[in-house]
Write a protein that binds this ligand. Structure first.
Ligand code: 1CP
Length: 344
């Protein structure tokens, strides 16, 4: 068992263990070997051909020496498996008809798990190929984030005005859609676990778009259901609710084993408002990382101090960024970050 899984399970880390470390979006954005593969294959092909998806998942293990492998896939596969038409264009992913254009079509969405078989095959290959110390991390998008994309569409306004107005105006349809996403995510996540995921992260990139009270009252129960069904299998879960600020205090150990902290938040402050048994993950600013080594080093050294201080707590800390690696970031900067973390 590797250091990421041990940390989340509150097990002791031995002297020869590495420090727990991975980067959100570590595979598909900056690695030269990934960019080279993209010259020959579309993103869709890389994701849907299990041999290729497994190969891409392994790139950051080999080139960055992280000890977490995040499945190479996307949060948008759930809308696709619910029946929406999705195209990966040069400008990014696009739905043919976002649900705001025809809200009643929400009632006709139906989950087809057979569209996700390639994901499970990828995980099975990886289970055989991953070194012991590397933890296989499965993932999907959280209900609100997936709802936003399904209703609003992609590549548009990240305040999601069409999605949030439907959220308030069409309460019945909203609840139907959140329920469908939740049920699909539970089935998908459990299937990922059966295929070999050892840790599961729920990405809630747009958790911060609702007022905190609505988020905790309306959305959090759906999140909790997904996470609880994964935890029942014995696999620990990390929840990454970006933009939640002080409402992070609602994320207790009842909800998740680990909390992914965004770059906006002060890690020590979050540490003071969440229970000590929750594992914190994060939170280097990816824009600082993009700026280059001299600009990231002072912040990294502070983070290493935090990590050392937190080792006394049951849930400890996992190194990561406070959001995904940004295109244009130098691989060498990421490699230096890993080296410094592991040598200290
Ligand atoms: O390292 C990795 O790349 C791992 C695989 C991975 C993950 C974990 C991809 C591949 N996507 C994701 C999660 C994901 N996808 C999130 C949550 C994390 C985050 O906030 O970064 C989100 C919001 C998406 C949605 C998405 N997929 C967007 C953003 C759209 C928007 O308007 O906000 C985009 C551009 C994608 C496509 C995508 N997903 C992944 C890759 C490598 C790509 C780019 C495809 C290409 O090469 O064209």
């Amino acid at each position: 068992m590797g250091p990421i899984e041990k940390t989340l399970k509150r097990l002791p880390i031995s002297a020869d263990d590495e420090k727990p470390l991975w980067f959100m979006r570590q595979a598909g954005r900056v690695l030269p070997r990934y960019l080279k593969l993209r010259e020959s294959y579309s993103f869709d092909t890389l994701m849907k051909e299990p041999e290729l998806a497994a190969k891409v998942t392994l790139l950051p293990i080999e080139d960055l020496k992280v000890n977490g492998a995040i499945l190479f896939s996307d949060i948008l596969v759930i809308p696709e498996a619910l029946g929406m038409e999705l195209k990966f264009t040069d400008a990014g992913p696009r739905f043919s008809s976002p649900l705001s254009q025809a809200p009643n079509s929400i009632e006709h969405l139906s989950f087809d798990d057979s569209k996700l078989q390639h994901v499970y095959k990828t995980l099975e290959i990886l289970t055989r190929e991953l070194p012991q110390k590397v933890t296989m991390i499965g993932f999907c998008g959280a209900p609100l984030t997936v709802f936003c994309y399904m209703v609003q569409g992609l590549g548009s306004d990240h305040d999601f005005p069409a999605a949030v107005s439907l959220f308030y105006k069409e309460e019945k349809l909203r609840n139907i859609l959140l329920e469908k996403i939740t049920q699909a995510s539970i089935e998908y996540a459990k299937h990922q676990v059966a295929a070999g995921a050892r840790v599961f992260q729920l990405f809630d990139t747009w958790a911060g778009i609702l007022p905190a009270k609505d988020f905790t009252e309306i959305i959090l129960p759906y999140v909790q259901r997904i996470l609880a069904s994964i935890r029942e299998t014995g696999v620990p879960v990390i929840y990454f609710p970006r933009g939640l600020g002080l409402a992070n205090s609602a994320i207790t150990f009842e909800i998740a084993d680990g909390l992914g902290v965004d770059w906006q938040s002060d890690l020590a402050e979050i540490d003071s408002i969440v229970p000590a048994d929750i594992t914190l993950q994060g939170n280097l600013d990816p824009r600082r990382v993009k700026a280059g080594w001299p600009f990231v080093q002072p912040a990294l050294d502070q983070l290493i101090e935090f990590h050392i201080a937190r080792r006394a707590k049951p849930g400890k800390h996992i190194f990561n960024l406070g959001h995904g690696v940004i295109p244009g970031t130098k691989m060498e900067t990421l490699q230096k970050i890993v080296q410094r973390i592991q040598e200290k």
